[in-house]
Write a protein that binds this ligand. Structure first.
Ligand code: ADP
Ligand code: ZN
Length: 604
């Protein structure tokens, strides 16, 4: 869509222009205006007029003579001459001498012209221009001066090349849900007739980069209505009260442009629970209150639909999510295998790809990737092709770019000692071998021991076949065993341990903990929730909800669980010691091993 950016020229600019006009006025027009009343004539004319008794009043000054005609319609000015007779002649002509005379201009008029008029002009011009400016931005005159407290919402006008639902791959449920909004915006009468009113607000909740912004834009694009977009964090400003005034302004603009879509990104920035703590964030609360007031203020069916996005739906204030406000929640989840494939296809249209590109394969390898990451993978592949001087990207570009996006670039000049390289090779093969030997674990896709900029020294890419919605207890246990497999291999081979397993340890612990505290997979605690997840879409932090005594028990059980799997992994590796050596040597030599090569050696 065409984004109509706010005119960036600040108000001060317009005042500056007004100032310039004024200065020109003062220099050119003012002298002319004040001079208009005094006409300079030569002494001859003055003498003539005196003779013709055509002089009304006269004032002799030190260096000039000011006089009027009989009707006093015009003031004249002429130079002073050495003319001693003048006074008598003037007296004869019936001219009246005066000191006040012929004021060059009345003092009142003079003040008016030189002070009041410029100020009036100055303010008037400034007002006019700022009004024009506000009209341009759709703002109102009650916006504050110099752009403070204005919403600065980005407006996307309707345009044919706007984002459509077809640009958003996967997310079928979300699209279905939002299609209703589009239908409503097209034919509101159908809904009014029956008395149905659209939800005022719809909350798009999901992890970052899953296409929430895209979906909101697509609703506007499909309905071809204006789209106002603003981020929650933009509301919260340095000055108290600014946020609230921005909210007011945003809604004022929106109501004028209805039907339209208002999109508030990161709404949790203003919509966080008001916890009533002393010293809470006043500004945020005021902004939130204003938002609530605005949402209550407009009747349903007025054509303004508010979409908001958040990664932390659970942190929102309940007042915001109650019916009549953001009463509908549309989950926008990470894409599944099919969704990933579709997203890859949508973005692949933008680049030149060779025929051999297998999106399904890439989608399988990029498990857990968000839409934004998938878009990035496609772009990285194209960049890689350019770097290699090719005209199109290939399957191997895509595969390499998955690793780039997930693990970072290859560290070309990282210097590992021979011992380190062996350790990493055994560590990675350890993971893969344990995974392969436990029938329930997914086979590996690829292992490399080329260091990455992310800090990973080696990298095992597991492949999930199809989608998993449930995991059994055994599957989780096997996964833990796989995580411990790297360290187990180091111990089996070198009889010592290295720091390379820190991430594995974290992951294994997390799983083991979840089994006990959240999935009810321990006999001691049965189906009791001991932890609640707080950040579902951002890594899933958990907070304990049990007594200190229970916590100690949980800790013991977690250790027990991980230890059992660690031992199991070690046993598997000891049994397959020969394969372990063979595979590690292969990996050491080649630095990269594919899933097929791995299985061939394992089963060979
Ligand atoms: P969010 O608002 O959820 O954080 P965005 O909508 O800003 O995510 O998405 C970021 C980028 O990721 C988009 O510009 C797009 O290129 C890509 N993307 C994300 N999800 C999808 C999807 N479902 N289909 C196509 N592209 C997507
Ligand atoms: Zn590891």
């Amino acid at each position: 869509m065409n984004e109509v950016k706010n005119p960036k020229k600040p108000l001060i600019y317009y005042y500056g222009v007004a100032m310039m006009v004024l200065m020109v006025f003062n220099f050119l027009a003012m002298p002319w205006l004040s001079q208009r009343q005094i006409r300079e004539v030569d002494y001859g004319t003055f003498m003539e007029m005196t003779e013709e008794k055509n002089v009304g009043r006269v004032k002799l000054q030190e260096n000039q003579i000011l006089f009027t005609d009989k009707e006093e319609t015009q003031v004249f000015k002429t130079g002073l001459m050495n003319d001693p007779e003048l006074i008598y002649r003037l007296k004869d002509s019936g001219a009246a001498f005066t000191s006040e005379i012929v004021e060059e201009m009345s003092p009142f008029l003079s003040i008016l012209l030189s002070w009041v008029l410029p100020i009036v002009l100055f303010v008037g011009l400034g007002q006019l221009m700022s009004k024009k400016l506000m009209e341009k931005m759709g703002g109102g005159p009650n916006s504050m001066m110099f752009g403070m407290g204005k919403s600065n919402a980005k407006v996307y006008v309707r345009s044919s090349e706007g984002i459509k639902f077809s640009d958003v791959a996967g997310e079928d449920e979300a699209k279905e849900n939002l299609a209703e909004i589009v239908d409503y915006l097209h034919t509101p009468d159908k809904y009014k007739e029956i008395g149905a009113s659209m939800p005022k607000g719809i909350l798009l909740a999901g992890p970052p980069g899953t296409g929430k912004t895209m979906l909101a834009k697509a609703v506007a694009g499909e309905a071809s209505v204006p789209f106002f977009s603003m981020s929650g964090s933009e509301f919260v400003e340095m000055f108290v009260g600014m946020g609230a005034s921005k909210v007011r302004d945003l809604f004022k603009q929106a109501k004028e442009k209805a039907p339209c879509i208002v999109f508030i990104d990161e709404i949790d920035a203003i919509g966080k629970k008001r916890d009533g703590q002393v010293g809470g964030n006043d500004e945020r609360e005021q902004t939130l209150n204003q938002l609530l007031t605005e949402m209550d203020g407009f009747e349903g069916n007025n054509g303004v639909i508010i979409l908001a996005a958040t990664n932390r739906p659970e942190s929102l204030d309940p007042a915001l999510t109650r019916p009549g406000r953001f009463d509908r929640r549309v989950p926008v989840e990470l894409p599944d295998l099919k969704g990933r494939e579709e997203i890859l296809k949508v973005h692949a249209k933008k680049i030149k790809l060779s025929e051999d590109a297998d999106f399904k394969q890439i989608a399988r390898m990029a498990s857990g990737a968000s839409g934004a990451e998938l878009a990035n993978i496609i772009n990285e592949a194209a960049l890689r092709a350019v770097r290699d001087g090719r005209k199109f990207a290939t399957q191997s570009d895509l595969e390499e770019s998955i690793e780039v996006v997930i693990a970072g670039y290859q560290k070309k000049n990282a210097i590992l000692t021979d011992k380190e390289k062996w350790t990493i090779a055994y560590h990675e093969i350890g993971h893969a071998l344990v995974a392969a030997r436990q029938t329930n674990s997914a086979p590996v896709q690829k292992i490399t021991i080329i260091p990455r900029t992310s800090g990973a020294l080696g990298y095992t890419m597991q492949v999930e076949e199809g989608n998993h919605y449930l995991m059994t207890k055994e599957e989780i246990e096997n996964k833990i065993a796989t995580y411990t497999g790297g360290r187990a291999a180091e111990e089996v081979i070198f009889g010592t341990s290295s720091t390379g397993a820190s991430n594995d340890i974290e992951q294994a612990t997390k799983l083991a903990r979840a089994m006990i505290t959240r999935y009810g997979m321990s006999k001691d605690f049965d189906m009791v929730a001991l932890e609640t997840v707080t950040n579902q879409y951002l890594g899933g932090d958990a907070s304990l909800a049990c007594s200190a005594e229970t916590q100690a028990q949980i800790d013991r059980q977690v250790v027990e669980l991980v230890r059992r799997q660690h031992e199991k992994a070690a046993t598997i590796l000891l049994e397959a010691r020969e394969k372990l050596d063979e595979l590690a040597k292969y990996l050491y030599d080649k630095e990269t091993i594919t899933g097929e090569e791995f299985m061939a050696i394992l089963n060979g």
